[in-house]
Design a protein around this ligand. Structure first.
Ligand code: FAD
Length: 446
């Protein structure tokens, strides 16, 4: 059977594209290499322990993500617990500084964060951040290209951010949000990530999932697609694009070939680069994508015999390998007495390290942050993502490819493709919406 559309990859981008196109009545097939759908937003049982790709937060200003969930019959407010504050823990005796982030949903907590915590971060340190942020937001709008050529560290030096503010706020922020230190983090990407918090300040807060992401989102999305007539096949790794007479006409997997009028490549960046590089399409439009570096992410997840923190709350571990972490035993994984999920930085340091060595480093750093893990660990897993993020280092954002390609029958989707967002669930969904629109236009052309 020939399909209207074959989509490679059942992550958020691929499933968004698939859902929107099945709704339009097209014959859609999604091929996924793993045994389950969801990609980087999935959860699974790994040798007896429930794990996830890494802990995720929905940001209150997201609009594409809630919209696609609604289409799949999922009410975002019912699957997340909203947080109005976040903590920064310092390796100096595990001091905790709490910052409010929700002017409308938690105004008192915001004011307390702004005017309290003076022992850890003085007013002078806070004031030193003002020119950095004010000019950063201005440059983000007026000089995006220039801003993308400079790192957060260089920008902080330019605006004389104090040493304390740099270590307590900027290092945890860049490492915690995208696993990169300030010297490797594009100032454009940082202000781009933060800009919607200004324009949509009234929506600001963060949502922690109330269960595994596969149960809450990925599987219900897949069911919505199949209930509308779409097909999803797991354990189907695409190995080749079928490229004939200047057009992509489907996909070859390890088992067989699937022909379609339109093909959407919706894998993560590493796999997309591999598939394009080994295909016979040789077109200069892919030059930037092939040169856009992919970077890893590494997480460690613990089951514990008691909670490590009094709240399930997003926390940044200033200057340690625990870039960001959260207790999850009251939200995402309630079946165990204690559950801690940590995102590690720099990811490059950990990607080839064995789990035991990673554990030892994390235990040392956890101690510095005042987290009592030793003697309480029931089980732990390290989850690695080798080449799944495009690099947010300076000078790379312009290399993100558009979803539309000049190759007939061939569209891209994925969080690395050009959207108004940066490597998040929101950008994955936005890319899927754009891809679906392109494919629909192609299929309805006379
Ligand atoms: C640790 C971690 C923490 C994160 N935290 C947040 C957060 O707090 N908030 C946020 O918004 N985002 C967060 N993200 C980012 C978010 O998960 C991703 O941006 C988003 O899920 C990407 O979706 P995608 O569909 O573009 O890619 P993916 O989810 O990677 O989907 C690609 C799919 O393609 C499949 N595939 C690959 N190769 C093939 C092949 N050859 N054939 C068939 N299938 C193939 C893969 O198995 C995968 O299922 C986080 C990610 C990680 C890893």
């Amino acid at each position: 059977m020939e399909y209207d559309v074959v989509i490679i990859g059942a992550g958020l981008a691929g499933m968004t594209t698939g859902l929107l196109l099945t709704e339009k009545g097209y014959r859609v097939l999604i091929l996924e290499s793993k045994p389950f759908v969801g990609g980087r937003t999935s959860s699974w049982n790994e040798d007896g322990m429930q794990v996830e790709s890494g802990f995720h937060r929905v940001i209150g200003y997201y609009k594409h993500y809630p919209k696609i969930l609604k289409k799949a019959g999922i009410d975002l407010n019912k699957i997340v617990m909203w947080e109005e504050v976040m903590d920064f823990r310092s390796p100096r005796n595990g001091e905790v500084t709490t910052f409010g982030m929700a002017p409308v949903h938690g105004p008192l907590k915001l004011l307390h964060g702004m005017f309290g915590n003076t022992d850890t971060i003085s007013y002078k340190d806070r004031l030193s951040l003002a020119p950095f942020f004010i000019n950063g937001f201005k440059d983000y709008v007026k000089h995006p290209d220039q801003l993308d050529r400079i790192s957060v560290k260089e920008y902080a030096q330019k605006y004389k951010v104090s040493n304390n503010a740099y270590h307590l706020v900027l290092i945890p922020l860049t490492a915690g949000v995208f696993f990169l230190p300030p010297e490797r983090f594009s100032a454009y990407a940082l202000f781009g990530l933060l800009a919607p918090t200004l324009t949509h300040f009234y929506k600001m807060r963060m949502g922690a999932f109330l269960g595994g992401m596969s149960d809450l989102v990925a599987n219900p999305m897949a069911e919505a697609i199949t209930s509308k007539g779409g097909e999803i096949l797991t354990n189907q790794k695409a190995t080749q694009l079928i490229y004939e007479d200047g057009a992509v006409r489907g996909v070859v997997t390890e088992e067989r070939e699937y022909r379609a009028t339109q093909t959407v490549l919706a894998t993560e960046i590493g796999a997309a680069k591999k598939l394009i590089a080994q295909s016979s399409i040789k077109h200069e439009c892919f030059k930037n994508l092939l040169e856009l570096p992919a970077v890893p992410a590494v997480t460690i997840q613990f089951e514990l015999n008691q909670p490590t923190m009094p709240y399930d709350r997003t926390t940044f571990g200033a200057g340690t390998s625990l870039a960001s972490f959260t207790e999850q035993s009251r939200t995402t994984f309630t079946h165990v007495p204690g559950r801690l999920s940590c995102i590690l930085a720099p990811a490059q340091k950990f990607i080839d390290m064995n789990s035991e060595d990673i554990l030892n480093i994390v235990l040392e750093d956890a101690k510095k942050l005042g987290l009592q893990l030793e003697g309480h660990i029931l089980d732990y897993r390290v989850v690695k993502h080798p080449d799944e993020f495009y690099s947010l280092e300076p000078g790379h954002d312009w290399m993100r490819p558009e979803q539309d390609t000049p190759i007939k029958g061939f569209t891209l989707a994925g969080d690395y493709t050009k959207t108004s967002n940066f490597a998040t669930m929101e950008s994955a969904v936005e890319s899927g919406e754009i891809a679906a629109k392109i494919v629909d236009e192609e299929l309805t052309k006379p």
